[in-house]
Design a protein around this ligand. Structure first.
Ligand SMILES: CSC[C@H]1O[C@H](OP(=O)(O)O)[C@H](O)[C@@H]1O
Length: 367
């Protein structure tokens, strides 16, 4: 996407052909800073500290992290160790393991002297494919928004989203926000209710930043407001992202997604999940088996903001000594989901809805 008229991806290979640049998302929206990744450790730290976040972007960063790590050592043992280090950074987004497994598959049987080049080529393939996958999600989701627009007689389609599933969560375009960008660019009136998304505030910091930069009308809301809006007919549909969706259609996404799905179900508001193929965990049927990341309580007790004099500060919002729990994701069962917007099309959230878009999986699973 463009920032001040300049095109950006969330991650890119530098002109030196080996180091990698990222947008440091822990600084947004108060500062736009580029950070360089020059080692596997830099990549692991960037994922762990959420300088980069979002399932597809985490996968792409890990892929480049493995390539960076291979510059020092091309042995089989180090490939496995390096992948393990990167895979351990965050447990919920399945794209991390998906990308690392793809890198290891590309590297096996490669002679040592070609492994570094192969690693960078594969990391670039993963990144370039993510852009195309997200663009296709945008196109398939655009049809949904157009269908709602046809009934709105020129009024904006009211879309609620949670967390950030925009281009900053992917290499470009985003998943949940891709259809919104495309609808806006086609002149279809849209308005986005942006959940602030405590405690890391990805909605307030990142989704509001993205939509503002692209000129998409939006309103920031506290996380607890969505149910009220749905009760009063102010939400036409919800579109959210996912970090891991099981073959059975259960959806792990940012904490609070499940509560929005409950409110949507209770108010007959369509609830769609934007789902790249790389985020489907075919090995799991039940969402109960998805590992849920628990992060430090300090993320709940402190918030970063800009003071009236423009300085950025991190302030404590709870009494000293207060314990805080920080579950980073929750699981929305398939029965609460209306459908999945994938790069292959829109699938109803029926028991075999996803499988119909992946017939090769039916044969494989039947085998
Ligand atoms: C397109 S994946 C976006 C997904 O990732 C976010 O989690 P985090 O910011 O902790 O990486 C959130 O669950 C988004 O829906």
């Amino acid at each position: 996407m463009n920032i001040d008229g300049k095109p950006y991806r969330s991650i890119w290979l530098n002109d030196d052909g080996w180091s990698v640049s990222i947008i440091d998302q822990t600084k947004l929206p108060f500062a736009f800073e580029i950070a360089e990744l020059r080692s596997l450790e830099d990549a692991a730290r960037a994922i762990k500290t959420m300088q980069v976040r979002g399932a597809p972007l985490i996968g792409a960063t890990a892929a480049y992290g493995l390539a960076l790590g291979l510059r020092d050592d091309q042995s089989d043992n180090w490939i496995d160790d390096a992948a393990e280090i990167l895979n351990a950074t965050r447990p919920t987004a399945v794209n991390l393991k998906w990308a690392l497994d793809r890198m290891k598959e590309a590297l096996q049987n490669q002679p040592r002297e070609s492994r570094v080049a192969t690693a960078y080529e594969t990391a670039k393939e993963i990144s370039d494919e993510d852009v195309e996958v997200c663009r296709k999600i945008g196109e398939h989701g655009l049809g949904l928004i157009k269908a709602h627009a046809a009934r709105k007689k020129g009024e904006p389609v009211q879309i609620l989203t949670h967390c950030n599933a925009g281009w900053l969560a992917t290499v470009d375009w985003g998943t949940a926000l891709a259809p919104i960008y495309m609808a806006h660019d086609e002149g279809i009136p849209v308005h986005v209710w942006v959940d602030e998304t405590r405690p890391r505030n990805q909605g307030a910091y990142l989704t509001a930043y993205e939509l503002g930069a692209h000129g998409v009308p939006h309103t920031l809301i506290a996380d607890n407001v969505g149910g009220h809006l749905m009760q009063h007919g102010k939400v036409d549909l919800c579109i959210v992202g996912t970090d891991r969706t099981t073959a059975g259609g259960d959806v792990a996404n940012k904490i609070g997604t499940y509560l929005k799905a409950l409110a949507a179900k209770d108010n007959d508001v369509p609830f769609f999940v934007a789902l790249p193929t790389s985020t489907i965990d075919w090995k799991l049927q039940s969402g109960a088996d998805i590992p849920i990341e628990e992060r430090g309580g300090e993320e709940v007790k402190y918030v970063t903001g800009k003071l009236p004099d423009g300085t950025v500060a991190r302030v404590e919002i709870a009494p000293d000594g207060t314990d805080a729990a920080n579950f980073a994701f929750d699981v929305t069962p398939r029965k609460m989901v209306t459908g999945f917007i994938t790069d292959r099309g829109v699938a109803p959230a029926t028991p075999d809805g996803l499988l119909r878009l992946y017939p090769e999986r039916m044969k494989k699973d039947a085998a």
